[in-house]
Design a protein around this ligand. Structure first.
Ligand code: FPP
Length: 304
């Protein structure tokens, strides 16, 4: 057992359940000492408050199970406009803050061992917003890519985009291609940004590609199966999301990953996207870990 300072110990080859007990004892000791000191010096007591971390991944909160962390989390970042209005700010300030929230979430996903994060940044329907807002969003995506690419690269983020990118401003398309290329060998976390994405459009596009293959005689209609359709979606090679989070109290999927989310767990929260912090994400993961995913099977048929 190595003492790492700040009350943290590294214990190797120790049973996980025993470790949980040890951590609980440690935290109780801290509480007793903190309470005792609180009466004498309130400031000192707060310094002693332990970070409750998970022994299997020191970054993960103790009440989350590492083995049941979702592999792929998708987010519908809703409520930017309402957040801004509440602060008496223009809507675009909400999007700017929302971009910061997304950056923090990406870091949190990496810290907590989540492999893939997919964010719905702009839908095929979002073109109907006022021109100034659309222009602002396009510029924001481009600026974020320019500004954050270096740091994301250093942090091992592999950037990917899903959607019909051909309709985006040329300068944004260039930044997108550059970010995809530069980060293509990174392996710490995959970050998919859905821009000009619409699930129905994606499925139509897949159908057309397969119809063309049939027309050219390269495949027969009976060759078309789920696997072949998946290979023709924008999300080719991306496993289905395990958890979808939508913020701001809306309970819809709004044309996002309709095919891919057949068995995704849904989590809806009233928190507005710019306020969706680590604590809010922690709550979403706790809810996810309390669910039983049966994928159409009955409980007895599931592997132990
Ligand atoms: C929905 O909230 C939000 C959007 C359509 C834009 C989301 C984009 C970001 C958070 C920026 C992300 C940045 C990068 C680089 C990917 P809303 O405006 O519909 O909110 P409202 O329902 O309260 O009006």
């Amino acid at each position: 057992m190595n003492y790492l300072g700040k009350g943290e110990f590294q214990i190797q080859n120790f049973p996980y359940s025993m470790l949980n007990v040890l951590y609980k004892i440690r935290d109780s000791c801290y509480n007793v000492v903190s309470l005792a000191l609180l009466s004498r010096n309130p400031r000192q007591a707060t310094y002693l408050k332990p970070t409750i971390s998970n022994p299997m991944n020191s970054n993960l909160p103790l009440d989350l199970t590492l083995q049941n962390i979702p592999n792929h989390v998708a987010v519908i970042m809703d409520g930017n406009g309402r957040w801004a209005t509440k602060q008496k700010l223009p809507r675009i300030a909400g999007h700017r803050q929302g971009a910061k929230t997304l950056k923090e979430l990406l870091r949190c996903c990496k810290d907590w061992g989540i492999q893939i994060l997919t964010a719905y940044a702009f839908s095929t329907e979002n073109w109907r917003r006022p021109t100034e807002e659309v222009d602002f969003l396009m510029l924001l995506f481009e600026k974020m890519l320019r500004r954050e690419l270096g740091e994301m690269h250093r942090e091992g983020v592999r950037i990917n985009f899903v959607g019909d990118l051909s309709a985006l401003p040329k300068s944004l398309q260039n930044e997108i291609q550059r970010s995809i290329l530069e980060t293509s060998n990174n392996q710490d976390i995959q970050f998919n940004v859905a821009v000009n994405y619409g699930s129905r459009k994606e499925i139509v596009s897949a159908c057309r590609q397969l119809a063309e293959l049939v027309q050219k005689g390269e495949i027969k209609p009976e060759d078309i199966n789920e696997n072949l359709i998946e290979k023709n979606l924008y999300t080719v090679d991306i496993p289905a999301p395990d958890l979808l989070i939508r913020t701001s109290g809306e309970k819809r999927v709004s044309n996002f990953l309709l095919w891919q989310m057949a068995y995704t767990e849904m989590y809806f929260t009233d928190v507005l996207w710019p306020d969706f912090d680590r604590d809010a994400f922690h709550q979403a993961l706790l809810s996810y870990q309390n669910r039983e995913r049966r994928f159409g099977k009955v409980k007895a048929a599931l592997p132990a």
